[in-house]
Design a protein around this ligand. Sequence first.
Ligand code: SAH
Length: 219
Amino acid sequence: MPGAHHGIGMTSRRTRERLISQLREMGVSDPQVLERMRETPRHLFVDEALASRAYENTALPIGHNQTISQPYTVARMTEALLEGGPLETVLEVGTGSGYQTAVLAPLVRRVYTVERIEALLALARQRFRSLDLRNIRTRHTDGGMGLPNYAPFDGIIVTAAPAGIPLALVDQLKPAGRMVLPIGDSKAQALLRVTKTTRGYDKELLEEASFVPLLGGVQ
Ligand code: SAH
């Protein structure tokens, strides 16, 4: 793809490899996740003015008061989601830049991703198209109640924090399906993995987290 990848050139290879080493040191070990982190061009998911910082292990602003997640967070959540075995369909709540979606999509059969801010979704769609990621379906909607028309899902990933575990989302998991999500407020958040069981759900605390809040309505 000439054009899109230019301007970052050879200098980025070393920067990208450094990011992969950092992810490994921080405990990310799934080879397919590390490969996706290496192959996904994060500089295309941020504004051009921030492209030179795209391979730093930090969240960056994407406008509309939102951020592209920290690479470590994306890698960790993807790994946690895939850990129990392959997934067919995944719902992502909070497309944002589309970076998490692009990392995940080649590892599953289909991703449904929903975003409440239309302007962000429009940019993300262009990125999916230019990267030829064809198994992503996008919806401009409030994902707080999931995507009932397409449920149930094998996995759900939530990239903005609700106050607690949304039961509507648990309901939209298949039996034994899993959901990785942050919960909490601006002061304290935890990253959880919720696994649906016959009697309800199990939850595991993965680590501390810091996400933008899950909000209602669309704009
Ligand atoms: N994974 C994304 C993270 C973006 S930040 C990335 O790497 O770029 C979280 C996103 O969730 C924001 O774009 C925000 O607008 C969106 N969001 C918040 N509440 C939402 C809701 N109820 N439904 C859909 N999207 C929501």
